[in-house]
Design a protein around this ligand. Structure first.
Ligand code: PAF
Length: 284
């Protein structure tokens, strides 16, 4: 596995690869089974074309708001590189902040529609930071495809829009959420939960699944009824402070007023102490 510590090394590496089909998995490190499932999905995708997988590890400062956990974000680089190696990643791009961002940089990508609700409502500027760094990673690593987790469903949708609106010739692959046995979606932030919070955290997924089932079975005929059912089910999580629950159009992220047209996606976020967990499900 090649470790590429800066843009110069990355460019030299790319020049040596001619036109290989390349699949990118962008990450911020602190890799867990959720990420390794993205590597596996990328390997599957690249194997179809005798291609290769490149991962990036970069804790992107521009997507953290004031008071968020940028400086405390875990950076276990050696362990992360070992994880990449063990999962068949061919190269890892690990740039420093100064290499990615000039101090006097003055151009960023602004997303003006999909990022104003859900997580974006409480994290102003977050998705602009994500779009900017992902666009830079696309330009730098020149992949034919890139894999993102469905767990960050709003991010996945924003990235699909980025690729559409800015004409990146890149296929975006959404990979399913990996869960603990009790349903909790894997996240680096789960490590911050106290044992008591950890016991209640799977209720977020359970409430989403039960609400989705109620819709599918026709017991919850309107989004308003589904919301009430979600709120009632999640009330069991006495240590949580709900942030949002929305039923949106899967493609536009617009809130649905009724069922029957667009494909619905149920998304929720909740705080357990200062740890904010997110999750989402579709209708099966
Ligand atoms: O999902 C993440 O880890 C980050 O938002 C990403 C896509 C790597 C951009 O920094």
């Amino acid at each position: 596995m090649d470790v590429l510590p800066d843009k110069t090394t990355l460019r030299a590496w790319l020049a040596s690869r001619s036109d290989r089909y390349r699949v990118l998995v962008p990450t911020m490190g602190a890799l867990h089974r959720g990420h390794t499932s993205l590597f596996e999905r990328a390997r599957e995708q690249s194997a179809r074309r005798d291609g290769e997988v490149i991962a990036s590890i970069f804790v992107n400062p521009t997507q953290f708001g004031p008071g968020e956990d940028f400086s405390a974000y875990p950076r276990p680089l050696e362990a992360d590189l070992e994880t990449c190696r063990a999962h068949g990643v061919n190269a890892v791009f690990v740039p420093g902040t100064g290499d990615m961002y000039s101090e006097d940089r003055s151009i960023t990508i602004a997303e003006s529609r999909l990022s104003k609700t859900l997580c974006g409502a409480s994290r102003p500027g977050h998705f602009d930071g994500v779009c900017t760094v992902v666009a830079k990673l696309f330009l730098l690593t020149q992949p034919a495809a890139a894999v993102f987790g469905q767990k960050d469903f709003q991010q996945l949708t924003v990235i699909r829009r980025l690729v559409r609106d800015l004409d990146f010739p890149i296929e975006i692959v959404g990979a399913p959420t990996i869960r603990e046995a009790d349903g909790l979606a894997l996240s680096s932030r789960n490590a911050y939960l106290t044992p008591e919070q950890r016991v209640q955290a799977p209720l977020l997924h359970r409430a989403l699944v039960n609400t989705a089932r109620g819709i599918t079975e026709g017991l919850l005929a309107t989004p308003a009824a589904a919301r009430e059912a979600f709120v009632a089910a999640f009330a069991e999580a006495t240590l949580a402070r709900p942030d949002y629950f929305e039923i949106v159009d899967t493609t536009t992220l617009e809130c649905l007023e009724s069922f029957g047209g667009a494909e619905p996606r149920l998304l929720a976020a909740a705080f357990f102490g200062t740890t904010r967990l997110i999750d989402n499900v579709g209708l099966s």
